[in-house]
Write a protein of this length. Structure first.
Length: 176
């Protein structure tokens, strides 16, 4: 999905233990940030050739890291209270003409209906998972979030299972 953007530099927003950043570093200059001190410690130890910093999606990252050609943020937005600030900061990190790749668990009408009919809705949307998912996105709501931030040309793919019951969705978006 990054190939269409032809990036040289990639920002991994919510990089966790650094494994995605390490994969990307084979082809791009990469910077990764995560709010977890232990995650960043692990990333730095495992991949010392990559820049990793402790920071959150709420921080003014473009001011400290500059702008890059692309931002990748995998399975992060669903954990955040302020998804609009996240999207704004992601937009600010991207150079004009660059783009973002965002993944999040998929939630749509038929998947939610199937969860309810199977009796698994309560388990799926549990409030008892510390640090768990607090926002649940459909294609429509993620599109609205990214469009409000200024991204255009959104393209979605659903992954895992059949499309109507997809586990996650991936969105590629461009900054004009």
């Amino acid at each position: 999905m990054l190939a269409g953007l032809n990036p040289r530099s990639v920002f991994d927003l919510g990089c966790g233990n650094g494994s995605t950043a390490a994969h990307l570093a084979a082809n791009y200059d990469v910077v990764g940030v995560d709010a977890s001190n232990s995650g960043i410690e692990h990333a730095r130890a495992a991949y010392p050739h990559i820049r990793f910093d402790v920071a959150t999606a709420y921080d003014e990252l473009a001011g400290t890291c500059g702008q890059l050609d692309a931002v990748v943020s995998l399975e992060v937005v669903e954990h955040l209270y302020d998804s609009r600030l996240y999207a704004k900061n992601m937009f600010d990190l991207v150079r004009p003409g660059g783009g973002g790749v965002i993944s999040t668990p998929y939630h749509g009408y038929f998947k939610n209906l199937a969860l309810a009919a199977s009796g698994k809705l309560d388990k799926h949307f549990t409030a008892l998972w510390d640090g768990g998912h607090i926002k649940f996105f459909s294609v429509e709501t993620l599109s609205q979030l990214l469009n409000e931030a200024g991204f255009v040309d959104l393209h979605f793919a659903r992954v895992g299972r059949i499309p109507a019951l997809a586990k996650s969705m991936i969105c590629c978006a461009r900054k004009p």
